[in-house]
Design a protein around this ligand. Structure first.
Ligand SMILES: C[S@@+](CC[C@H](N)C(=O)[O-])C[C@H]1O[C@@H](n2cnc3c(N)ncnc32)[C@H](O)[C@@H]1O
Length: 277
């Protein structure tokens, strides 16, 4: 049997996670904001004719919207690690994050930044601490919990978007779109679209910065490399940003001890600035 209260709570949760207001949802569905408010309070159910568009807007199947279960259909390979008390990636921010802060210098206050695949939030919180208004997009449920926990304990606010980056519709334009070690989860046939979307949703003068893993014949595949992770090739990032000003473009071999086994990665990073619309 359908439970109006639980469906309402799911609608409210997903709407907030996707960054919509009740007014925006009502506009998309051509209903009144009061109707959306009633659904969320469990006082009414959406008309069945609205379910396909509502479910699509909230990024969930109709079945899941109505019957619940895990809202996020996909999980992260890091879920197990993120459930542990210690921080798998540590609390020290990354070098790439530090470079962004240096480049933005005195121009960080109220700048909007999206961190894609934020993990447990080390960079997202660092950016917030430096004055950015941060959206942290992460698929892992325990990861999201860790970000919230870290945000609360540090006193720096981060807006957590619990979502799958694949197909995630950006609602805003950002001054910085950033990812650190997460875009290998984009399947090959989706990459071009995603990079185009990130570029489109960046304000003129804004930055995109990414660190990705590249395939090298002389580097063994990492022990915790997953079947849904796909390597890039050297130069891929420079090609995606060929029409932007490239501020930095590096490639290096780094040591890593994830999964408790020491190994190496070839990583390629870029910082690029959008010059014109
Ligand atoms: C290697 S970790 C990097 C975490 C973080 N950026 C850092 O440097 O500490 C990659 C992150 O991407 C997240 N991720 C994987 N697939 C994702 C997806 N489809 N949507 C959003 N996040 C995803 C994983 O859960 C993981 O937290």
């Amino acid at each position: 049997m359908l439970n109006d209260n639980q469906i309402g709570r799911r609608i409210a949760l997903l709407r907030k996670e996707r960054g919509y207001t009740q007014e925006q949802i009502s506009f998309i569905l051509n209903v009144t904001p009061q109707a959306v408010s009633k659904w969320e309070k469990g006082n009414a159910l959406p008309d069945t004719s609205l379910l396909p568009l509502l479910a699509k807007t909230l990024g969930i199947s109709i079945d899941r919207l109505l019957t619940g279960g895990s809202i996020m259909e996909k999980t992260s390979p890091y879920d197990g690690e993120y459930k542990k008390e210690e921080y798998y990636w540590g609390l020290q921010h990354s070098l790439l994050a530090e470079r962004i802060v240096e480049i933005m210098q005195d121009d960080k206050a109220n700048k909007r930044l999206l961190d894609i695949g934020s993990g447990e939030g080390r960079d997202a919180i660092y950016f917030a601490k430096c004055g950015f208004q941060v959206d942290a997009l992460e698929i892992s449920n325990p990861g999201v919990e860790k970000i919230r926990q870290y945000s609360q304990s540090s006193g720096y606010d981060v807006n957590v978007l619990h979502s799958d980056m694949i197909g995630y519709e950006l609602k805003a334009s950002y001054d910085v779109i950033y990812s650190h070690g997460s875009l290998q989860f984009l399947p090959l046939d989706q990459r071009k679209n995603h990079f185009e979307k990130y570029k489109r949703h960046t304000c003129v003068g804004g930055l995109n910065a990414h660190l990705i893993f590249v395939e090298k014949p002389f580097i063994k595949i990492a022990p915790d490399w997953e079947k849904d992770e796909f390597f890039y090739l050297s130069g891929d990032l420079a090609r995606y940003y060929h029409d932007w000003e490239i501020l930095r473009c590096d490639e290096q071999i780094i040591d890593c001890n994830s999964a408790g086994i020491s190994h190496q990665h070839a990583v390629h990073s870029i910082i690029a600035r959008k010059i014109e619309a």
